[in-house]
Design a binder for this molecule. Structure first.
Ligand code: SAH
Length: 239
């Protein structure tokens, strides 16, 4: 007859036997992260040392739901709940590299989402400011960043359309949701020589990833590539 104690022992033995596999899974993630750099980023023109180093150190698996962890290093966007997505790793690296960041730059991100892009930026500059309109996503991102001991990201819950006046001007602004037009408050809050990267185009259609630069108070812009992003929404659309 199987006794209660025997069952208890058996479950302890199972736990002990499985422990080394947890370590293996972690090793496996760092291997996958290295492979991501070699297969998806470097061959597609990501050469910035700071960008590659950040992408090689931030664990993307920590920013996706459990069910998506096996796909954390696939080069594609993944669902993070609330109808939103964490961007494809190549896109995160590409947008980061295009901003030509210096450590001392003040950077604003609109669309915190999972917190992954902000975590990447946190490795490259002193302080990252980021705004998310969906409260539960912002709260989860804050928790994830805390778990990883990332203390230089400031998350605000709100409509990024208005930017973050009290923290402006920004040397770089990165918008990770697709807008129909360039939000003027963001242009205003861009510093002289500031750069902004933002997907612009029709709602739910293919948009152009635009790079804007402010020189002598004037904006120059150029289209970088066609992209797909979840839409930039306004506070009225998301109560
Ligand atoms: N940068 C994110 C991916 C963002 S997905 C990451 O690394 O995971 C786009 C995010 O923008 C979504 O979370 C969406 O809720 C948010 N968003 C959309 N419109 C916004 C607005 N007006 N202000 C702030 N956040 C917004």
């Amino acid at each position: 007859m199987i006794m209660k104690d025997d069952l208890l022992w058996a479950s302890w033995i199972c736990v002990l036997l499985l422990l080394p596999f947890q370590g293996l899974a972690q090793d496996n993630y760092s291997e996958q992260r290295k492979r991501m750099l070699e297969e998806h980023l470097k061959p597609r023109g990501i050469t910035s040392k700071a960008t590659l180093s950040a992408m090689g150190s931030i664990p993307r698996e920590a920013f996706v739901p459990d069910s998506k962890k096996p796909f954390a290093y696939d080069d594609r966007a993944l669902s993070i709940g609330e109808g939103q997505t964490i961007s494809q790793p190549f896109m995160v690296a590409y947008m980061t590299q295009a901003l030509h960041l210096k450590t001392s730059d003040r950077v604003l991100e609109i669309g915190t989402g999972s917190g992954y892009q902000a975590a990447i930026l946190s490795q490259m500059i002193d302080t990252v400011f980021t705004i998310e309109i969906i409260k539960p996503l912002a709260q989860q991102a804050i928790q994830r960043l805390k778990n990883l001991n990332i203390a230089n990201v400031v998350v605000k819950i709100g409509d990024g359309y208005y930017g973050w006046k009290e923290k402006a001007p920004f040397d770089a602004i990165i918008v990770t949701a697709g807008a129909e037009s360039i939000p003027l408050y963001l242009v205003e809050q861009l510093a002289e020589n500031g750069r902004m990267i933002i997907p612009i185009g029709p709602h739910r259609g293919v948009r152009q990833l635009m790079l804007l630069k402010k020189k002598n108070g004037k904006i120059k812009s150029r289209a970088l590539m066609p992209v797909r992003f979840v839409p930039f929404v306004r506070d009225k659309q998301y109560p």
